[in-house]
Write a protein that binds this ligand. Structure first.
Ligand SMILES: *Cc1c(COP(=O)(O)O)cnc(C)c1O
Length: 410
């Protein structure tokens, strides 16, 4: 008799997006002529820029010639040309010294943020913000680090840190001692950002408690405020306590291509049961190269083109399109009397539902009256109740039309 890993049975049904899909389909069947606009899914819509396409075409040609053909990427941690470009452009240019040995290329920040917990002991206490990107929570449930579901969509054994209007969507330090802290800035879903001073408090907490911060910076390219840090490593003391996750998905339209990376400084240590300090980076590389054989050369060549001068210029125009959408969404909704957050340094707008309407109820109103789909905040955690996530990733025409329809429901 084969037994199942019962940790997987603790997971609450992948509730959020299936339920959105179900309600959307039911409405479409009842109203076949309705033209539904989605402002719900966190996926890009603009095509890859020419600099990336050209680099990938060239790489494909190289793969077709004996002299330039490439098989496995040695060790699977990524080609040096890409890690050098990351080091120079993402870090050195911002005054952060990161060695290429501290960078590991992967096929996604979802996998990296999900897999990272594997290398840490099951008895670590993890802390997540509420609302939260569900990957952080579900992967810890799968690994057996939590109990079963308790009230309000939460799991036993996880420390939840509410992100509210009162704390401007940056969580307060936990009162209990925690070991692994997931932070995501700019944030999905709230669109909130953390200042250097706010991040410094977390870095100091982690140094004091020998905790580790898992910092998801998938949206750093959307930061417009020059005071906001793009990397946790811009904070003094962070190299001793933080791992950073980045992705080309949202910054350069790679959601369908797949390329991301993780930075683990040499200084970062975790501990054995008898208190010996162990370098974390070699353990992650060991895991990575055992279970993964590298991102395709063609894709890595495309990712490196993101850092060419044409690539930077072309991608910036795309980010500008999304952020113009975000600005328009915020301005229009404010004029209509809504309270909105985010949208300034992130492609997400966190809308407060009017008159205390529940977030699923607001979903239904918006779908039925405006034929617009968004994401109920409650789906990201109990502190998301009373909020609603809109994304700025639509085409400008769709965004304008969706906003005209918003006006019709107030
Ligand atoms: C989209 C997203 C990512 C990126 O995931 P990929 O697997 O690299 O596509 C990471 N973190 C958050 C919070 C995201 O929303």
């Amino acid at each position: 008799m084969t037994k199942i890993n019962e940790n997987f049975l603790k997971l609450q049904a992948g509730y959020l997006f299936p339920e959105i899909g179900r309600r959307k389909r039911a409405f479409q069947e009842a109203n076949p002529d309705a033209d539904i606009i989605s402002m719900g899914i966190g996926d890009v819509t603009q095509p890859l820029v020419p600099a990336i396409i050209e680099a990938m075409k060239k790489a494909v040609e190289e793969m077709g010639r004996g002299e330039t053909f490439k098989g496995y990427d040695d060790g699977g941690i990524g080609y040096e040309f890409l890690r050098e470009a990351i080091k120079e452009n993402d870090y050195k240019a911002r005054g952060v010294d990161i060695d290429i040995d501290e960078i590991v290329i992967s096929d996604g920040a979802k996998c990296d943020t999900g897999n990272m917990q594997e290398i840490f002991s099951l008895d670590n206490v993890i802390a997540v913000s509420d609302p939260v990107y569900p990957v952080y929570v579900d992967t810890n449930v799968m690994s057996g680090r939590t109990g079963g579901p308790v009230e309000r969509g939460r799991y036993e054994g996880i420390v939840y840190m509410p992100c509210t209007e009162q704390n401007n969507f940056v969580p307060d330090l936990p009162k209990e001692k925690v070991d692994l802290i997931y932070l995501c800035f700019p944030n999905n879903p709230t669109g909130g950002v953390a200042t250097k001073e706010q991040l410094k408090k977390w870095v100091d907490y982690a140094n004091e408690h020998k905790a580790i911060i898992l910092f998801d910076a998938a949206y750093e390219a959307f930061i417009s405020d020059p005071e906001i840090p793009h990397s946790i490593f811009e904070i003094d003391g962070a190299k001793e306590v933080a791992i950073e996750f980045r992705s080309f998905s949202k910054t350069a339209g790679f959601t369908g291509l797949r390329c991301a990376f993780t930075v683990i400084p040499k200084q970062l240590k975790a501990y054995t049961n008898d208190g010996r300090a162990i370098e974390v980076a070699p353990i992650w590389k060991r895991r990575h190269c055992t279970k993964f054989n590298g991102v395709s050369y063609v894709t890595q060549a495309g990712a490196a083109a993101v850092y060419s001068s044409e690539g930077k210029e072309q991608n910036q125009k795309i980010i500008d399109i999304y952020m113009a959408n975000a600005r328009l969404i915020c301005e229009t909704l404010r004029k209509l009397g809504f309270t909105v957050y985010g949208g300034l340094n992130a492609p997400y707008i966190w809308l407060k539902t009017p008159n205390g309407v529940g977030s699923w109820e607001f979903f239904d109103i918006l779908l039925n009256k405006a034929h617009v789909v968004g994401t109920p905040g409650a789906g990201f955690g109990s502190a998301g109740e009373g909020f609603f996530r809109l994304t700025a990733f639509g085409t400008p025409d769709n965004v304008k039309e969706a906003l005209r329809r918003f006006a019709s429901i107030v």
